[in-house]
Design a protein around this ligand. Structure first.
Ligand code: NAD
Length: 260
């Protein structure tokens, strides 16, 4: 379905981004991976995806909190592949603390990575999409783009911002063959959430399995995690011709979290 297209997925060395990168490769797209991690493991991953799906896969170690590195990543992708046809803004971090105890440097980091990076990638990638008259921008927001949770000021502010940015990107590109949508997942069991399960278990002195059940029961009525494969499937749909008039949407994939 995506043969000849190039998908750049920020934060794709792990979790949701990696799931999406694999799915796009399986649909025939060339892929630009990005994110942190062990360089040897990332190189094995890069090679494995390229060989498994017979597509070209490159890797950028650009830091999504640094606008100059973001520009360089987009330019490099364009010089290798011609354009970034599918841009997935997925890199993200979390920090949990009450506002009065929230370290200002953590606030700055969460806003830079979870919100600002989505502006910079889009800003630099859009001109080539416009030239080609086709593009798909997917912003990985969160249920926390629609509702709040205690202790997550920076994350919730950033994700609400991502949804606002998605709407304006959709309006600025309307009628040009480019769409922009936000995915709003509930709990997905990735390293980002495992960290929160472990913190909960430690804080309450309970086993991790119990902390996991409590985490789901508190927010997600379906009582099961959303999977990276389900999210990747939705992302692939948004890149299809069937979705050409879906733009500016916030898609909740959250086991009923935000229906409450
Ligand atoms: P993860 O920790 O598994 O992956 C995060 C990725 O971002 C990694 O590849 C990491 O290296 C990369 N990254 C972090 N900081 C970076 C930086 N400065 N520059 C470049 N890359 C950076 O987490 P995940 O759960 O897969 O999260 C992916 C996205 O999904 C995030 O935006 C997160 O907010 C969102 N999300 C996650 C959940 C969930 O339950 N896991 C729910 C809703 C939304």
């Amino acid at each position: 379905m995506l043969k000849g297209k190039t998908a750049l997925v920020t934060g794709s060395t792990s979790g949701i981004g990696l799931g999406m990168a694999r799915r796009f490769a399986s649909e025939g797209a060339n892929v630009v991976l990005n994110g942190f991690g062990d360089q040897g493991e990332i190189e094995s991953l890069r090679r494995e995806i390229a060989e498994q799906y017979n597509v070209q896969v490159t890797y950028s170690n650009a830091d999504m909190s640094k606008p100059d590195q973001i520009e360089a990543m987009i330019r490099e992708a364009e010089s290798t592949f011609g354009a970034v046809d599918i841009l997935v803004n997925n890199a993200g971090i979390q920090h949990v603390a009450a506002i009065d105890e929230y370290p200002p440097e953590k606030w700055e980091a969460v806003i830079a990575i979870n919100l600002n990076h989505c502006f910079y990638t889009t800003h630099y990638a859009l001109p080539k999409m416009r030239e080609k008259g086709w593009g798909r921008i997917l912003n990985v927001a969160s249920a926390h783009g629609l509702v709040g949770s205690a202790g997550k000021s920076a994350y919730v502010a950033a994700k609400h911002g991502v949804i606002g940015l998605t709407k304006v990107t959709a309006l600025d590109t309307a009628g040009s063959g480019i769409t922009c949508n936000a995915l709003c997942p509930g709990w997905v069991k990735t390293p980002l959430v495992v960290q929160q399960i472990e913190a909960k278990a430690k804080q309450k002195g309970i086993p991790a399995e119990q902390a996991e059940k409590e985490l789901l029961a508190e927010k997600q009525p379906a009582l099961e995690f959303v999977t990276t494969e389900q999210l990747a499937g939705y992302a692939a749909f948004l890149c299809s011709e069937d979705a050409r008039t879906v733009t500016g949407a916030q898609v909740q994939i959250d086991g009923g979290w935000t229906a409450q």
